[in-house]
Design a protein around this ligand. Structure first.
Ligand code: A3P
Length: 323
């Protein structure tokens, strides 16, 4: 019997099993043997119990803000490194390891632990990335996965406007119709087209989440209702999250005429609304683009409704109206 230094052993191992170079983090705290050698045991209670996974441009920032108003929910620690979102389960950050992720969820004071404070995070790009449901389930099998579904046609346009605002060259130089219908192999247009259209093929991504999570852990939020009646959305969401002390969000939110959206009430002065990049004012979508996208998304939406129905998941009103 012979052995070699750990690095040599490691190299031999990955020569034999190259597919295993990609890590898959499990929760070291759930296995006694792993816990015994995990140098960061204080992190065991520090993982989120609910995650808003997106998709982008469906109201994820608003929902995250509303959740953070609840005394029982706590968002991850803000980080300059990742801006507003942690995005741990995306490739680059995932390789940074579990300790990196847990640092976003510092130990909760013991008095708050007794009150069962629950951590949450929101990273809107999780929804449509293929590997994420598997990665998330390996680490957080019991997490509640919150998915916001809004009309994919409007979502696509919102993304285009967002990128125009960020001076994406294809958004500045091409109309929305050109971008979504363009068959040329221009890399920048293709890239923008992909981010406008792909996330909105909701059913394809949803089925991947349902491969890893039981429907009782998947919560569908209607993105249109989140804009029109967030007070009711938050009441329903708290029931689904099995919260004991239901917060009446009419105490916290009110419609703001200037912003044209619900904002957080303040005791004095103006309401606290989301920043300028959320709830932008832009011209309405042209009819040709709308018709093109409605036809494009129809088969996906029909299938989406079937899948939601078959798993007894909530069906957004806009989807009922369109199918
Ligand atoms: P627009 O800015 O295109 O109108 P996300 O936070 O996922 O990026 O989503 C942004 C979208 O959230 C906005 O898109 C807007 O339609 C929607 N939204 C929902 N509630 C909102 C609120 N209270 N304030 C601002 N935008 C809100």
């Amino acid at each position: 019997l012979s052995s070699a230094p750990p690095s040599e052993l490691g190299q031999s191992y990955f020569r034999l099993y190259p597919d295993e170079k990609d890590p898959l983090w499990l929760n070291p705290c759930t296995d006694k043997r792993h816990k015994a050698i995990w140098p960061f045991v204080q992190g065991c209670k520090q993982l989120p119990s609910m995650i808003i996974v997106g998709p982008q441009k469906t109201g994820t920032t608003a929902l995250s803000l509303y959740l953070s108003l609840h005394p029982k929910f706590k968002p991850n620690k803000a980080s300059k490194r990742t801006f507003e979102e942690v995005q741990f389960f995306n490739d680059n950050n995932y390789r940074k390891g579990l300790k990196w992720y847990m640092e976003f969820f510092p130990p909760i004071e013991s008095s708050l632990v007794e009150q069962s404070i629950r951590y949450f995070e929101k990273s809107a790009t999780y929804y449509d990335r293929a590997l994420i449901p598997k990665r998330m389930n390996a680490l957080l099998p019991d997490v509640d996965v919150i998915i916001i579904l809004s009309d994919p046609v409007k979502r696509a346009y919102s993304w285009y406007q967002h990128m125009k605002n960020h001076s994406h060259p294809a958004a500045l130089n091409y109309s929305f119709y050109d971008v979504i219908t363009n068959k040329k192999q221009d890399r920048l247009i293709k890239q923008l087209q992909d981010r406008c259209i792909r996330p909105g093929k909701y059913v394809i991504h949803l089925e991947r989440w349902l491969d890893y999570y039981h429907p009782s852990h998947v919560i569908i939020v209607d993105g249109k209702q989140l804009i029109d009646d967030p007070i009711q959305v938050m009441a329903d969401l708290q029931i689904k999250l099995k919260v004991n002390d239901i917060l009446d969000y009419s105490m916290k939110l009110q419609f703001d005429q200037r912003k044209g959206y619900y904002c957080v009430k303040r005791e004095r002065g103006r309401n606290k609304c989301l920043g300028r990049s959320k709830g932008r004012k832009y011209p309405p979508m042209d009819k040709d683009s709308e018709m093109y996208l409605r036809n494009f998304y129809r088969p996906y939406n029909i299938k989406l409704k079937e899948v939601l129905e078959s798993r007894s998941l909530a069906i957004p009103t806009w989807l009922k109206e369109q199918t």
